[in-house]
Design a protein around this ligand. Structure first.
Ligand SMILES: Cc1cc2nc3c(=O)[nH]c(=O)nc-3n(C[C@H](O)[C@H](O)[C@H](O)COP(=O)(O)OP(=O)(O)OC[C@H]3O[C@@H](n4cnc5c(N)ncnc54)[C@H](O)[C@@H]3O)c2cc1C
Length: 292
């Protein structure tokens, strides 16, 4: 049985949406194909009539400062994000996350849009984007709108995007101020390639020795990409010191759902790792937030 019948290389957003909407059977967007083709081949996704390739659509391949923030096209290969000086300056957590995904071959092909649209709670790019407060630009045949990233997720592997009516165009991130810093860390199994035992993205803003604002994203911390809001609330307005970090670790492991998974890790191990990652990502983001 064929895994698909037709492959369409879209040249514009309208072309992609029109082809998806009018396909005579089920149709799916394909970007790098590093998730979708494996899912089709290994039977996790039913065969489709049409695949609509979006990588040649110019709007989805932009990476630029677009004031008041930056814009990252959904179909940009991860390698371009890793190598971008704009991302290095304004979104270090994302630069680190994209640089850890797969190996060079995967990063030359896989896209940030695909990482997010696949909707896994521990996808590395997704967790970094969440910490950085990214908005997702989504288009259908009538409207374009920017959604909060978390609105895109319904559950593990379940995206809120309508597969035949909507397209993720890209992500909007705020520019980093002089007293902002971010970092991303993860722990993998030694031979692991795709999904972390635990990953974490932290963004913070400092005012002298105080954490004036902070965002912490954890994967997997629940069925959807998780923001540790109780831990954030505790840290916001506090001095950055070891006593605060120790208390924050306990709050984090009580609010995140750090479950045992058959293939990756026990709950106990994840709880241990969460503490180590929190200390490391917080301290790294804090060092980066120092004004020169
Ligand atoms: C060997 C290997 C190692 C990997 N390592 C990691 C890792 O370390 N960390 C990690 O997080 N992931 C990892 N992955 C997973 C994968 O590479 C990423 O999730 C990748 O970013 C997906 O992007 P893609 O362009 O290949 O998506 P695709 O496979 O093309 O698409 C994935 C899904 O998103 C949808 N989609 C894609 N683009 C859009 C869009 N613009 N609008 C709407 N829907 C869209 C597709 O229809 C499909 O449902 C790995 C995969 C492999 C094979």
């Amino acid at each position: 049985m064929n895994l698909w019948e037709e492959y369409h290389l879209a040249t514009s957003i309208h072309d992609a949406l029109q082809t998806l909407a009018t396909a005579p059977g089920s149709a799916r967007v394909i970007a790098g194909g590093t998730d979708l083709l494996l899912d089709l081949q290994q039977g996790r996704h039913a065969p489709v009539h049409s695949l609509v390739d979006i990588i040649l659509i110019p709007e989805l391949s932009c990476l630029e400062v677009r004031k008041p923030g930056i814009f990252i096209g959904a179909a940009i290969p991860l390698q371009r994000i890793t190598a971008s000086s704009i991302i290095y300056e304004h979104a270090r957590a994302l630069q680190e996350a994209c640089g850890l995904i797969g190996g060079p071959q995967i990063r030359n092909t896989a896209t940030l849009g695909g990482n997010v649209a696949h909707a896994l709670p521990a996808a590395d790019g997704t967790i970094a984007l969440l910490a950085l407060n990214a908005g997702a630009e989504v288009v259908d045949l009538k409207h374009t709108h920017v959604m909060e990233l978390q609105e895109l997720f319904l559950g593990p592997g379940r995206s809120a995007l309508h597969p035949q009516n909507e397209l993720l165009i890209g992500f909007h991130l705020p520019l980093a101020g002089d007293s902002d810093g971010s970092a991303f860390r993860r722990i993998m199994r030694p031979q692991g390639v795709a999904i972390a035992i635990l990953n974490m993205g932290v963004w913070l803003r400092r005012a002298d020795d105080i954490i004036s604002d902070v965002r912490i994203a954890v994967g997997p911390g629940g069925p959807k990409p998780f923001r540790a809001k109780k831990t954030e609330d505790f840290l916001r307005g506090r001095k950055m010191d070891d006593a605060g970090i120790t208390r924050a670790m306990d709050i984090l492991i009580s609010e995140a759902s750090l479950r045992t998974s058959r293939h990756r890790a026990t709950s106990d191990y994840r709880r241990h790792v969460a503490k180590v990652l929190l200390e490391d990502t917080l301290k790294t983001a804090w060092e980066r937030s120092h004004q020169e």
